[in-house]
Design a protein around this ligand. Sequence first.
Ligand code: PML
Length: 250
Amino acid sequence: MDEIYSVRMRAAEGGPHEKGGFHISGGETLVLKQSLEEAARQLLKKAISHSRGEADYIQLVVEKIEVKKLVRLTPLSVSTDVVQSVEEGRQQAVIHLRSLGVSESAIRNGLELLLSSTNLRGAAVLSASTGQRLDLYKDRGIRATRMGWDEDRFIQWSAQHPGLGTPRIAEAIALATKVAHAPFMVAELCWSDDPEYITGYIASRKTGYVRITQLKEKGSLCGGRIFYVMDQVDLASLQTYLEEIPVWIG
Ligand code: PML
């Protein structure tokens, strides 16, 4: 296989995140060397044209990946629940999470956390049984990185999934696929912190990637990701998998 690079971006307004800057945008992908410049350009574009605000701090990190460490995964199957209101959307989310064994208190805590978070750049890790937050990273959360689509496979996949081949959806499916395969992962709940984007999803190996067309009100800055895990999880190994193991979606 050719050389592969990880490209990661995070952007904030008012200085770097760790110095109190307001989170604007983040993004990541894995690409072949020939697509590196284009991937960096796309992520930079995402950082400087975001409806959350005007980034004055942008970090772009490019790293070569050791191909022998690559894990290959097929993308989660995709379905869409079309709903007529945010209430209906959240009710659908509750139904899916319940079916995966996430407790009522964990569902409530997850929804409340996303509703009150306007500056969460990674994901909050919650126990699927108690709903207690397990990571200690507050606004940083744990960030799933180093995953990306095989380009040829993505072209094929988007032809089979009309309307879903946008960069945002592609990135979300790559991330959700990696996350769903993490040890002791039960489910992911996500909606964007982009005030213009109200579709979110529930993902797991059992349900696949279930899009829900309305999970928040337009104009709201709240959003982020919740990773629901079993209590046997070893947080350090989970973090290593999510942040360091390169995953190639194809
Ligand atoms: C994000 O952009 O921050 C998350 C996107 C979630 C939903 C993408 C989709 O399937 O429409």
